[in-house]
Write a protein that binds this ligand. Structure first.
Ligand SMILES: Cc1cc2nc3c(=O)[nH]c(=O)nc-3n(C[C@H](O)[C@H](O)[C@H](O)COP(=O)(O)O)c2cc1C
Ligand code: SF4
Length: 493
């Protein structure tokens, strides 16, 4: 149970600003329409991206067993287009190999991928036109992934690891006898990234995101200091597979745009105190770091200080951003940590997911960590274009904070994730100068994460009528109501 005040409990924007000030942040008091900071276009590689809103990738665990989109998938992509955001960052994680899927319903490269990707792109564009918007300044990418240690292509863990991990092996189903991926296997995966990128380009995507975040393969490789051979060890080794993918794509399509979603810094694995995620009364237990003195120095995190692992150390992440710059990659989506072992940081929430833990800090402090990370990256690399993460938890005050961050030049784009599931039109409404529909704001109930944990599709069960009528909605709601924060939400009665 969250012991921290809900955002809806702040009486007005000034009360909220006072709390933001304690965290070293601020927000605007008045939201401007399309003439304001969020409505300003950006010119990128000769193309115009029409405004400063970005739709983060959001997968739905709703593909077919063969990795193809379903009606639910297409509906979500149409909603990405309807949002009015002009930068569609990847749609959702698209696995480049079948065994690299994080679940049996993840989209993946398959014999019909050309038709699938064409349909997904058409859905985004159709949604955008439905909202009365031109697609001339819409910039749409595809996120390419390999799940690495979190692979579960048929439901059961089938981890593909770059190296062993003292804490995460147990969680991800890795045995002492599990062999790390060989150099040859990694090179095969790199070829699959290149194949998927070429296909994305052929069907008309504007860029691909080579996903380096959230604990998946390319992210874990960035910290694979213990791995011997060409793809581990020093930073040059740990980035070698990434560089191989980039040069593979560039060799075939030199002018194709590439982006990277990067967990700028990682977080040590957290778990509910006392083991079980909920106590006997159904309350979520508070989370804390699983690290003990025996794990120090902790060499397994990218961008964290091995001797004080709760502290970020941006030296290597900045070297990686420099590498991106040298490789003419200027679109970077900054995120933090992983939903598997530090969900409180990756997606700040009042209600934890079913397998999670009550937040160990005020979720606003986790949001502040995201904003500070993007600010730091932008200040050090002003010529790169950054998308920030962590905004959904801001709820009523999301546009005010978003506008402040863009106006001050702390970020180029404001990315939204869960909000897209509950209230996809928010960017468009903001730009049109319309009042927000507060009843549709994501209240971070986490049902969109808990649903897939029990084998259901992901969606906003509490607030999207399409999902509210599904059979899975009631048990999710019942489980959550046993674990409610103190000030119950204004609209989930
Ligand atoms: C249901 C769900 C699906 C997600 N799918 C993806 C994904 O496919 N790729 C990705 O990089 N992040 C994914 N994320 C993370 C989001 O893109 C985003 O980083 C996170 O929700 C925090 O942003 P927010 O506070 O705006 O929600 C997902 C998150 C959720 C809750
Ligand atoms: S289920 Fe809906 S309200 Fe809950 S976190 Fe997901 S998008 Fe937000």
């Amino acid at each position: 149970m969250s012991e921290f005040p809900l955002v809806s409990a702040y009486k007005d924007v000034d009360a909220f600003r006072a709390r933001l000030a304690e965290l070293g942040l601020d927000c605007d008091r008045r939201i401007e329409d399309a003439g304001g900071p969020l409505g300003q276009p950006v010119v990128h590689r000769g193309r115009t991206i029409g405004n400063r809103w970005a739709a983060h990738p959001m997968e739905g665990w709703d593909g077919t067993p063969g990795g193809q989109p379903t009606e639910l998938t297409l509906r979500r992509w149409r909603n990405f287009g309807r949002s009015g955001a002009k930068l569609i960052w990847g749609g959702e994680a698209y696995a480049v190999t079948e065994d690299g899927r994080a679940n049996p319903h993840q989209l993946c490269l398959n014999p019909n991928s050309r038709e699938d990707l064409t349909a997904l792109l058409a859905a985004v564009r159709a949604g955008h036109r439905e909202a009365g918007l031109t697609t001339d300044d819409l910039y749409c990418g595809l996120q390419l992934t390999h799940s690495g240690r979190w692979a579960r292509p048929r439901g059961a863990p089938a981890p593909r690891i770059p190296q062993h991990h003292p804490l995460l092996d147990r969680r991800s189903g890795v045995l002492d006898t599990t062999s790390p991926l060989t150099d040859g296997e990694l090179e095969g995966i790199a070829r699959a990234f290149v194949d998927a990128a070429l296909l994305a380009r052929e069907v008309g995507f504007d860029f691909v995101d080579i996903k380096c975040c959230h604990g998946y393969l390319l992210h874990e490789l960035l910290a694979a200091r213990q791995r011997p051979g060409p793809y581990g060890g020093d930073l040059a080794g740990r980035t070698a597979l990434f560089r191989r993918i980039v040069s593979g794509i560039r060799a075939s399509v030199p002018d194709f745009d590439l982006g990277v979603r990067l967990s700028l810094y990682d977080c040590v694995p957290h778990a509910a105190q006392g083991g079980a995620s909920h106590d006997a009364g159904g309350e979520a237990r508070r989370g804390s770091s699983e690290l003990t003195g025996e794990h120090l120095p902790y060499e397994y995190g990218f961008g964290i200080n091995p001797h004080f692992p709760a502290e970020p150390d941006l030296q290597e992440p900045f070297q990686f951003l420099e590498l991106l710059r040298e490789n003419d990659i200027s679109l970077v989506n900054i995120t933090l940590g992983s939903p598997y072992y530090c969900p409180h940081l990756q997606r700040p929430a009042s209600w934890p997911p079913s397998d999670g833990y009550a937040p160990p800090e005020d979720p606003l402090a986790s949001v502040a960590a995201h904003l500070r990370a993007t600010r730091a990256a932008k200040a050090a690399f002003p010529d790169l274009l950054f998308v920030g993460t962590g905004y959904t938890y801001l709820q009523e005050y999301l546009p005010q904070v978003a506008q402040y961050e863009v106006r001050a030049g702390h970020t180029d784009f404001v990315g939204i994730g869960r909000l897209l599931l509950s209230y996809p039109e928010l960017p468009q409404h903001t730009l049109a100068g319309r009042a927000l529909e507060n009843k549709r704001l994501c209240r971070t109930f986490s049902d969109c994460t808990s649903g897939p944990r029990s084998g259901e599709v992901s969606g906003c069960y509490p607030l999207d009528p399409h999902y509210r009528s599904m059979a899975a909605a009631a048990p999710l709601r019942a489980a959550r109501s046993r674990s409610s924060p103190p000030n119950d939400s204004p609209h989930d009665k």
